[in-house]
Design a binder for this molecule. Structure first.
Ligand code: ARG
Length: 467
């Protein structure tokens, strides 16, 4: 490990030897936390404005610092800013550049502040913005699901339990099940955002500060809903990052389940759907292949987000109060979860409209597997037979139908009557998938009319969520 020309560090006063070059690389975070630059500058501007308001610095000094920070932001945006690893992180890079740019007065920026409350503030500001973007992405997917549900409100498919054809359902109803899951994810995102929206600034390193700060004023400038109530807690806990990862993990879990279904359905063994060429990829060796790589990757990427959640929990679990450098590790975890969930939602917003439903294949699959057997039992129960007895009667009828290679609806009335003389000619609509779904006509049921009603409600809900 070589020693080199020492870089002057903002914290260098008590050191007489230069930092080992490996240690410099090992401890730096600027390679990834530079992503926070806008929010870092925003936080610094609010901080100096507050210092000026309470008279800790002069108004003219505040103006100079604000102008300097805005200039730096412009340079970063124009790609003219030189990030230095030796200056460790986004905070020290910007502060050092400020002093270079405006001279001695720049050294007053860090009065009454620590990087500990600074980084916690930056991260909350950043994540507050990102959750707003993410909400919009979730809504796009919800909208795509509603459109497809509307279009396929009466399309019949087999519903499954244990991966066995169970009862007929409508494709629209199935799509709205995914809508409901994302609706809850949307709520969770909002809840999580409420807890992100708390300002740590003013907590300083861990114990607060001796200056007569006005935290409410700074919070007002930054648009924070609340200020933190305990300085030790505010600089040390990253539960808001972990909670965000948990929300992201749930979204990915839902998208992963959805992916699994699309992958099955596009397989020729099912053949329930096709996906537009633009959303599939081919094989480098097998010319005939059209692969559902987009849902497969979403399913695969859920693994990383689950990992991010576990990494966040483990990062935090043994940390004593207050700030520890361990917390620097929170950023890559958070950025990865955020980027991954955002990309997965974008993929789905495009993928859903690219789904072409194949109603005939689904209808055929519904006709195999005696999916209306429950309807026959319900028919008998309505005619006065106890449901448990009706269940046994239909079981025997299914056994008979299997032996004769027929569907229940394919049996003659006399054949059906061998099992119960309560069966009359009015039984046949119940044995048809269309009759089966139509009869499930209640809130939460699969009847096409109910699906259309649910679509209407979802559209109203979406127009409220969008504002
Ligand atoms: N880069 C650091 C982080 O992400 C900033 C805070 C540094 N604080 C300190 N006391 N070394 O956590």
């Amino acid at each position: 490990m070589t020693s080199r020309q020492p870089t002057v560090k903002p914290w260098g006063g008590r050191f007489s030897a230069a930092t080992d070059s490996f240690v410099e690389t090992f401890t730096e975070s600027v390679s990834f936390d530079r992503r926070l630059y806008r929010h870092d500058i925003m936080g610094s501007i609010a901080h100096v404005r507050m210092l000026a308001k309470v008279g800790v610095i002069a108004a003219a000094e505040c103006d100079q610092i604000v102008a300097g920070l805005e200039g730096i932001e412009g340079d970063i945006e124009a790609g003219k800013f030189e990030w230095k690893t030796a200056l460790e992180d986004v905070h020290m890079n910007i502060e050092t550049a400020l002093v270079e740019r405006i001279g001695e007065v720049g050294k007053k920026l860090h009065t009454g502040r620590s990087r500990n409350d600074q980084v916690a503030t930056d991260l909350r500001l950043y994540l507050r913005d990102e959750t707003a973007t993410l909400r919009a992405r979730v809504i796009e997917v919800m909208q795509a699901l509603v459109n497809l549900a509307d279009q396929e409100a009466a399309t019949i498919m087999p519903g499954f339990t244990h991966m066995q054809a169970a009862q007929p359902v409508t494709f629209g109803h199935h799509m709205l099940a995914w809508y409901e899951m994302l609706r809850r994810d949307f709520d969770r995102l909002n809840e999580c955002r409420r807890r992100i929206d708390v300002m740590p600034l003013g907590s300083a390193a861990l114990a607060g500060t001796v200056y007569p700060i006005d935290r409410e004023y700074a919070a007002g400038l930054l648009g924070f809903a609340e200020i933190s109530r305990n300085s030790l807690d505010a600089v040390s806990d990253r539960d808001f990052v972990i909670e965000f990862c948990a929300v992201a993990a749930l979204i990915m879990m839902h998208l992963s389940r959805f992916s699994e279904e699309l992958i099955l359905w596009i397989s020729p063994r099912f053949g329930f759907i096709d996906i537009d060429d633009a959303f599939c990829t081919g094989s480098s060796i097998m010319p005939q292949k059209k692969n559902p790589d987009v849902p497969e990757l979403v399913r695969g990427k859920s693994a990383r987000v689950f990992g991010d959640l576990l990494a966040g929990l483990t990062l935090m679990k043994a940390q004593p109060l207050a700030y520890n450098r361990d917390n620097q590790e929170d950023k890559e975890i958070l950025f990865d979860a955020l980027d991954t969930v955002k990309a997965a939602l974008m993929a789905y917003a495009g993928l859903i409209p690219a789904i072409a439903v194949k109603p005939e294949a689904m209808r055929q699959a519904t006709l195999q597997g005696y999916t209306t057997a429950t309807d026959l039992a319900d028919y008998l129960a309505k005619k006065g037979l106890a449901f448990r007895d009706a269940h046994a009667v239909v079981g025997a009828a299914v056994q008979y139908a299997i032996r004769h290679g027929k569907d229940l609806a394919g049996l003659e009335l006399e054949e059906l009557r061998r099992f119960s003389d309560r069966i009359d000619a009015d039984v046949f609509p119940c044995l048809e998938p269309a009759g089966s779904v139509k009869a499930r006509d209640h809130v939460g049921g699969t009847a096409p009319a109910r699906v259309r009603q649910a679509v209407k409600q979802a559209r109203e809900e979406l127009s409220r969520l969008c504002v």
